[in-house]
Design a protein around this ligand. Structure first.
Ligand code: ASP
Length: 327
């Protein structure tokens, strides 16, 4: 669908490479929201709000809640919301917004792999494609989307898979919902369901991710088990498997705070009834650990931290993740 200036889009800018220039010493955020808006060149009626000006590794959960509230406040008066964001953590913010916002109005994240004004810069193309998607009726009701390199990804699936190159995002092992071709938004798939809506409750929710590897010793985990944390996400080999030496410690920790485990294999789900050895997923579940099902560790961490920020106990966290197992 061609864009028309009669469509009203709220552009929320947050920083990232799309807003960076390199005047020697490496790229830094320096481009105003207004200059990013100029890249759209009148193709839609744009209302620009600079929410942050950060490299995206600095985005906190509280920042994401501010972004969600800012988007929410715009939703009633626009056809769509576009959010420009650093690509490094774009998938975390997209998923957090998917959990916090409940709207049929398109909310579309985009960014750039090449800095503003750099050779082959992709920011303008991505922004224009994101506006096209945000203005399209086909994108209504699909949840939060990410549009990069002409692909339209669902927030639940998207992840960054390359550190350079403009084609850096994937929805493996499934695929994007569609793409932007010429001036058309061509959506071929839609998610079968939306996740339950969560709230940012503002309570402390320190939730580290521990990436577990072969032969990891229990002592290496002790700083977390004894530490000042509110929840833990383990990123585990295979379908959710832990060296046996650490399982007693994890069982004790799971009595104190929610301990969630995810599959570290990209695109992999946790299992629940396949491996019964000490440290296998059946053993971990028996010991009170919570499988994240189809959510990867980054997405599991965002959801767990939001739940804990809102005062959720272990059972509420477990009930949330059970919804991602299928029937
Ligand atoms: N490399 C990043 C980007 O593409 C920097 C960031 O995430 O802010 O935007």
């Amino acid at each position: 669908m061609p864009m028309t200036a009669s469509k009203k889009i709220a552009l929320l800018t947050t920083g990232g490479t799309i807003a960076m220039t390199d005047s020697g010493g490496g790229a830094k955020v320096s481009v105003s929201g207004g200059s990013l808006g100029d890249l759209i060149d009148g193709a839609v009626a744009l209302e620009v709000t600079e929410v942050f000006a950060k490299p995206s590794p600095n985005m906190t959960l509280a920042d994401m809640a501010v972004l969600a509230a800012t988007a929410q406040a715009k939703l009633a008066t626009v056809d769509g919301v576009v959010i420009s964001h650093g690509t490094d953590t774009l998938e975390e913010t997209a998923w957090c917004l998917e959990l916090l916002l409940r709207t049929d109005t398109p909310v579309v994240l985009t960014g750039a792999m090449r800095a503003f004004g750099a050779e082959g810069a992709d920011g303008a193309t991505n922004l224009r494609a994101a506006c096209r998607v945000a203005a399209s009726s086909g994108a209504r009701g699909l949840g939060v989307l990410a549009v990069l390199a002409d692909d339209i990804h669902a927030a639940m699936l998207v992840r960054k898979v390359r550190t350079s190159g403009v084609d850096a995002f994937s929805s493996q092992p499934y695929g994007p919902l569609g793409s932007v071709v010429e001036d058309r938004v061509n959506l071929l798939l839609s998610p079968t369901r939306r996740p339950p809506q969560l709230r940012w409750g503002g309570r402390r929710c320190r939730t580290p991710i521990v990436y577990v590897y072969s032969g990891m010793e229990a002592d290496e985990l002790a700083r977390y088990a004894d530490g000042d944390i509110d929840a833990l996400v383990l990123n585990l080999p295979g379908g959710g498997h832990m060296p046996a030496e650490a399982v007693d410690m994890l069982e004790a920790l799971a009595r104190r705070v929610p301990v969630v485990f995810a599959a570290r294999t990209p695109g992999g789900e946790t299992l629940s009834r396949t491996y019964g050895y000490a440290g296998g997923e059946m053993d971990l579940i028996d010991r009170g650990l919570i499988p994240s099902a189809s959510l990867d560790a980054l997405k599991a961490r965002i959801a767990t931290a939001l739940l804990v920020s809102d005062g959720a106990d272990r059972d509420r966290v477990a009930a949330f993740f059970a919804g991602f197992r299928g029937e």
